[in-house]
Design a binder for this molecule. Structure first.
Ligand code: ADP
Length: 360
């Protein structure tokens, strides 16, 4: 047990070193989903990983994709969180932080972000870690608040709203949340509930409440939750002295993005097709924003093209840190989708160093 602890400590130090090393503000990790109990493992695996590389076999050819970190199938939730932890420290230090889970439906985005009771994911672990960091802070002046919202077909839904009337799928369009940007470029979502979280157990209570609101309203809408984005925001405040008012120092966004699968493959029709289009539009808007932010001579950044990018505007650009976790399937039948996800992620990462990577 002590050896395991020592190895984790070493990994933590290494992750922190790497975070300090990054030149741009975006890091991209890739996680391969393991086979589940009922699933048959093939003798020849189409996807494999080695340190920072993902290798994909397709029709006798092999493609390599390089990332800041890769997580093979057997990776634990703990080993993923060790690599994410340093970015939480950055949030406490005043950077706006954005952690995004990207990938095809079923590849483990929710598992990574939320996890299970026995194997908690990034969000519950991050909540615990923030309170630990606050307790270590000499001045003990850090406080946190939480908001949760869902973006579905361009509509915003407040998951922590006090009234049940705006929690259902049907009433989403009636829920008026306005996205505003102030003179300093800070984003404000007018009307969005924000609850003060005083300790970890209360933070978990609110988080579970938001999750419940999200899942109960989707039960009749054929798994539509995979075609919506779920965003959890922690706002961090600091008070300078006993008599001073608290001031916001940063925001931490943890985002479980909608499934990135292409519409042709899913054979979608009707509402599913519209939902898929909305997701594809907002994900490509996200890709466009990241690309524009990384250009050497920065021009127009197209934030306004989707609600998702409007919301995240002040947490994607300068003075912020972005961590994208790309999720891929281990299955042969998903290889084309996997290559799309890997290409999307590689573009986001490669543009950082001004190396143009062609579209696949
Ligand atoms: P997504 O959010 O991308 O649609 P999920 O997180 O719902 O995918 O994952 C699909 C299924 O696979 C779930 O049953 C989940 O528990 C399981 N799963 C995903 N990733 C892992 C993992 N790393 N280890 C164990 N089970 C996983």
């Amino acid at each position: 047990l002590r050896l395991k602890q020592r190895m984790l400590d070493e990994k933590r130090r290494e992750a922190l070193r790497k975070l300090l090393d990054i030149k741009g503000n975006i890091r991209v990790f890739c996680r391969i989903r393991p086979y589940l109990h009922a699933e048959k493992r093939r003798t020849s695996e189409p996807i494999s990983s080695k340190s920072e590389k993902i290798m994909v076999k397709l029709g006798g050819r092999k493609k390599d994709f390089e990332f800041d970190k890769t997580f093979p199938q057997e990776s634990s939730q703990e080993s993923v969180f060790v690599e994410v932890e340093p970015i939480l420290k950055s949030a406490i230090d005043g950077y706006n932080v954005c952690i995004l889970a990207y990938g095809q439906t079923g590849t483990g985005k929710t598992f990574t972000m939320d996890g299970t009771k026995e194997r908690p994911g990034i969000i519950p672990r991050a909540l615990e870690e923030l309170f630990r960091l606050a307790s270590l802070d000499n001045s003990s002046s850090l406080t946190f608040s939480m908001s949760m919202l869902e973006v579905y077909m361009g509509n915003l839904r407040d998951l922590l709203a006090p009234r049940s009337s705006i929690r259902t799928y049907e009433s989403m369009t009636k829920c008026n949340l306005n996205i505003q940007t102030d003179a300093k470029g800070m984003v404000e979502i007018e009307g969005l509930s924000e609850v003060e979280i005083l300790d970890y157990s209360r933070a978990r209570w609110w988080y579970n409440k938001g999750k419940r609101v999200r899942s109960t309203s989707w039960t009749n809408v054929n798994e539509a939750s995979s075609r919506s984005h779920c965003l959890t925001r922690i706002t961090i405040f600091r008070r300078g002295g006993a008599l001073e008012a608290k001031r916001e120092i940063s925001k931490l966004w943890m985002v479980d993005l909608g499934g990135s699968e292409r519409l042709l493959k899913t054979g979608a029709t009707g509402l599913t097709l519209d939902e898929g289009r909305a997701i594809n539009l907002s994900l490509s808007a996200l890709a466009d924003v990241i690309a524009a932010l990384k250009k050497k001579k920065r021009g127009h950044v197209p934030y306004r093209n989707s609600k998702l990018t409007q919301i995240l505007k002040d947490s994607l650009g300068d003075g912020s840190k972005v961590l994208m976790l790309v999720h891929i399937s281990p299955f042969e039948q998903d290889v084309c989708e996997t290559i799309c996800s890997l290409s999307f992620a590689r573009r986001a990462r490669a543009i950082e160093s001004n190396k143009e990577v062609p579209m696949e």
